[in-house]
Design a protein around this ligand. Structure first.
Ligand code: OGA
Ligand code: NI
Length: 373
C-alpha cells in the first residue's frame, strides 16, 4: 500500500521540464540534445544492414468474407499462423472505410500543425496521460524518444476522456476520432473472436475474459518530427504493448515502424494501402499462457520527413484479473503468470516507460505488488 501511495505521488508530474520534440525539430538545430542520444546497442542499424535485402515482411491477413464456417476456419488458421510466427500482421479488407481512416489521420495531423501555445493547452501529466505529451515514463534522467503524442480514452463510456481533454481544433477531431474509434473497436472484437477460435476456444472466450462489453479502448496519435541525426535516436523505444491488441494506422508514405523477429533482427514494416497493422499485446500473452506472444517493436525516424500514426489500444476492463485461461494450462505447460488487473499493470508500465519486454518477463511467477515496490 505504501509503495502504491509513493508511486501515485511521483506520477503527479513529469520529473523534468517538458520539451516538445516538434519545437526542437523546428528550431533547426543540427545536433540532437544529449538526452535523446540512445546507447549504441539501441540505435537503429545502418540502412544497409536492414531487412530491405532479406525480403522479410510481416504476414497479411485478408478479412474479406469469413462469415461461413469453412471460410471462418481458414481465417482463424491464418490469424493463428500470424500470431505464432510474428505476433504482428497487416489486415486488409477489414471493413473500416478508407475515407474515415484518412479523415482521422488528417485531423490529427492538423492538431500537430497548430501553433505550440494552442497545443500546450492540452499538456498532459503522468497521472492519466490524457492530452498532449512528449515522454512515456517518469524516470528522472531517462533517455527520451524523438516524438510527441496525444493520448485519449475512447471507451467504455464511463472511462471516456472528458471534453476538456479533447482538442477544440481541428473542429472535426473529436467527432472523427469517435467514429473511427467505434469502427476500429468493432474490428478488435472480430479479431478477438478469431484469436479465441484459433486457440481452440469458444469464440467469445477471449472477450469474456477481458471484461465483455466493458473492454477499454484508447487512442494515441503519434507524431515523429524530422530528426537531424536519425541514426542516434528512436521515435519510440523498443516496447511491447501492454494491452490486448493494438490496431495501428501508419503514415501513408513514411515508414518507421520496426518489428523484432524471433531471431532478434529488426524488420521495417511496409504498410499496404488502406491496411491496418495489428499486434498482439501483453494481455494476450498472459491469457494464452504464452501460446501467443506480444512482440517488441520500435519506431525509427528520418531527416527528411515527419511521420504520423494512430494507435488504437484495445485493453481489458481495468478491474478484471487476467490470468492464463485454465483450458491452456496443463501439467506440461503450467500457468506462467499470476492474475492481475490491467489497472495494476498499467501503473507499473507507466512508471517505467518503454522497456522492451522486460516488464512482462519480470512478472512471471510473481505478484505485481512485489514489482511495484
Ligand atoms: C505505439 C506504437 C508505432 C508507430 O504507439 O505503441 O508502437 O508506428 N506505435 O507509431
Ligand atoms: Ni506499440
Amino acid at each position: 500500500m505504501l509503495a502504491l501511495l509513493a508511486m501515485a505521488d511521483c506520477m503527479q508530474d513529469w520529473p523534468e521540464p517538458v520539451v516538445r520534440v516538434q519545437a526542437l525539430a523546428e528550431s533547426g538545430l543540427a545536433a540532437i540534445p544529449r538526452c535523446y542520444v540512445k546507447p549504441l546497442c539501441d540505435r537503429p542499424a545502418p540502412a544497409a544492414d536492414d531487412d530491405a535485402s532479406s525480403g522479410l515482411s510481416i504476414p497479411v491477413v485478408d478479412l474479406r468474407g469469413g462469415g461461413g464456417d469453412e471460410l471462418g476456419d481458414q481465417l482463424a488458421e491464418a490469424v493463428a499462423a500470424a500470431c505464432r510466427g510474428w505476433g504482428f500482421f497487416q489486415v486488409v479488407n477489414h471493413g473500416v472505410r478508407p475515407e474515415l481512416m484518412r479523415a482521422a489521420r488528417e485531423a490529427w495531423r492538423g492538431f500537430f500543425r497548430l501553433p505550440l501555445p494552442e497545443k500546450q493547452k492540452y499538456a498532459n501529466s503522468p497521472r492519466t496521460y490524457e492530452g498532449y505529451g512528449s515522454r512515456l515514463g517518469v524516470e528522472k534522467g531517462a533517455i527520451l524518444d524523438w516524438g510527441d503524442y496525444y493520448f485519449l480514452h475512447l471507451s467504455p463510456e464511463a472511462a471516456k476522456s472528458p471534453a476538456k481533454y479533447w482538442p477544440a481544433n481541428p473542429v472535426i477531431c473529436k467527432e472523427v476520432s469517435e467514429e473511427y474509434g467505434g469502427e476500429v473497436i468493432g474490428l478488435c472484437e472480430r479479431l478477438m473472436r478469431l484469436l479465441s477460435a484459433s486457440l481452440g476456444l469458444d469464440e467469445t472466450r477471449f472477450q469474456e475474459a477481458f471484461g465483455g462489453a466493458e473492454c477499454g479502448a484508447c487512442l494515441r496519435a503519434n507524431y515523429y518530427p524530422r530528426c537531424p541525426q536519425p541514426d542516434l535516436t528512436l521515435g519510440l523505444s523498443a516496447h511491447s504493448d501492454p494491452g490486448v491488441l493494438t490496431v495501428l494506422l501508419a503514415d501513408d508514405h513514411v515508414h518507421g515502424l520496426q518489428v523484432r523477429r524471433r531471431d532478434g533482427h529488426w524488420v521495417t514494416v511496409q504498410p499496404l494501402p488502406d491496411a491496418f497493422i495489428v499486434n498482439v499485446g501483453d494481455q494476450i500473452q498472459i491469457l494464452s499462457n504464452s501460446m501467443y506472444k506480444s512482440v517488441e517493436h520500435r519506431v525509427i525516424v528520418n531527416a527528411e520527413e515527419e511521420r504520423i500514426s494512430l494507435a488504437l489500444f484495445y485493453n481489458p476492463r481495468g478491474d478484471v484479473p487476467v490470468a492464463p485461461a485454465p483450458e491452456l494450462v496443463t501439467p506440461e505447460r503450467p500457468s506462467l503468470y499470476p492474475p492481475m488487473t490491467f489497472d495494476e499493470y498499467r501503473v507499473y508500465v507507466r512508471k517505467n516507460g518503454p522497456k522492451g519486454k522486460a516488464q512482462l518477463e519480470a512478472l512471471k511467477g510473481q505478484s505485481i505488488t512485489e514489482n511495484n515496490e
